[in-house]
Design a protein around this ligand. Sequence first.
Ligand SMILES: *[C@@H]1O[C@H](CO)[C@@H](O)[C@H](O)[C@H]1NC(C)=O
Ligand SMILES: *[C@@H]1O[C@H](CO)[C@@H](O)[C@H](O)[C@H]1NC(C)=O
Ligand SMILES: *[C@@H]1O[C@H](CO)[C@@H](O)[C@H](O)[C@H]1NC(C)=O
Length: 465
Amino acid sequence: PPVNTVTSRRSDWPPVAMSPLYLLAGALLPLTAARFTPDWASLDARPLPAWYDEAKLGIFIHWGVFAVPGFDSEWFWWHWQGQKPPDSRCVKYMADNYPAGFTYQEFAPQFRAQFFDPEEWADIFRASGAKYVVLTAKHHEGFTNWGSPRSWNWNSVDSGPHRDLVGDLGEAVRNRSLHYGLYNSLYEWFNPLYLADKKNGFKTQEFVMHKLLPELYNMVVRYRPEVIWSDGDWEAPDTYWNSTEFLAWLYNDSPVKDTIVTNDRWGAGCACKHGGYYNCEDKYTPGQLPKHKWEKCTSVDTFSWGYRRNMKVKELMPLHTIIQDLVHTVALGGNYLLNVGPTPDGMIPPVFEERLRSVGAWLDINGEAIYASKPWRVQMENSTVPVWYTSKGTSVYAIVTTKPSEATLKLLEPKTTAATKVTLLGHPNPLPWSPVTPSSGIIVLLPELPYTPGQAWTLKLDNIK
Ligand SMILES: *[C@@H]1O[C@H](CO)[C@@H](O)[C@H](O)[C@H]1NC(C)=O
Ligand SMILES: *[C@@H]1O[C@H](CO)[C@@H](O)[C@H](O)[C@H]1NC(C)=O
Ligand SMILES: *[C@@H]1O[C@H](CO)[C@@H](O)[C@H](O)[C@H]1NC(C)=O
């Protein structure tokens, strides 16, 4: 059949078995890729598409109805009305500011996104130096930022902004050659179908079959995300979520099968063990070089991923901390996914914008040591000041995230050769150096270190061992 017939069938629900005709066509074409089977041994063996490791930096966006109360965090609804006992600060916030009986659903009309300019957002993300963007398509509250037919009246097209936020941002992001990913929560705190399945000890799958999976397949076919950042998996096993069946479809037959990457939140016990790259926990940082590709997700606002009205500058990550964190992560082979929470009216708070643009200004000079780099044989040393290493081709990069107090910098790990050359990124002339001993180490004479917004400098070492 013509390719588009196959493509259009992909949007059907439930996913249909391939027709004999399609199998025949497949048999006549050279088969380059083996098919994945719906089990972890097969799925876990899939190589990650190369773009992801090269990208290194992504922007995470937590946006939803939770931005309207703008208090506590994106977990506000749960803290207010889900957990027992509720968080008294959230209860008081509601009592002080809203009429008695006000429901969470009543926040939705105030999620208006009237200043949302996806082009402007995408310009900011591009200026940050990020290579991918991940938006919450649906957080644990269940509200979809697109017109999901399975989320009747609880989506951004039927209520709130009356706009396809996922689609509009995606167009602008892709137009700037950034990869576009979608965060999707598997569970929904208050969905009656989910709560019924939970009550049945997850032996029934009403929520998965009638809500989650149709929505997820539809989302992939409509928006063709290149990352699915799965979350909200931990209450139930992957067999409840049908995760392996979904992933096998995603990797074999979906329209993004060749470029899609996913994380490791596909059911209780999956984190750090199964899936694509590993997040392990939020803000997780390994102590040494992991064997498996990983990503650190973290938030400029250290208290929340979603927008908070009462956010204070002292609660935000300073630029220098962000740069240090990025450098440590990349030296240990990770990607860095940095979060901002937009306001309900569609603004990225200017303080976040400034942080992101400053990260980009640092990367304009030092990006050579970050993008498409690989971990070196040693990840860090402390000889004079902490130094983190990355490598690319025959170059090794030594990134200094603390200003040395002297004019020389000693590194013990590199072994020099007669041809060794040292430069400071952003500085025109090679730097004088001498070995520490004839067989190891290097002492570099530093120039006056130029001002850099991130207070981190990169020495590029060529022809060393
Ligand atoms: C972005 O949009 C402009 C204007 O419509 C277009 O000319 C350009 O080719 C687009 N770039 C990409 C990468 O899609
Ligand atoms: C869900 O998983 C079950 C058991 O593996 C399988 O029989 C069924 O076809 C799957 N359904 C979907 C929609 O993935
Ligand atoms: C460098 O110093 C830090 C902080 O004191 C320590 O945690 C780290 O293990 C040291 N690293 C090495 C390679 O010595």
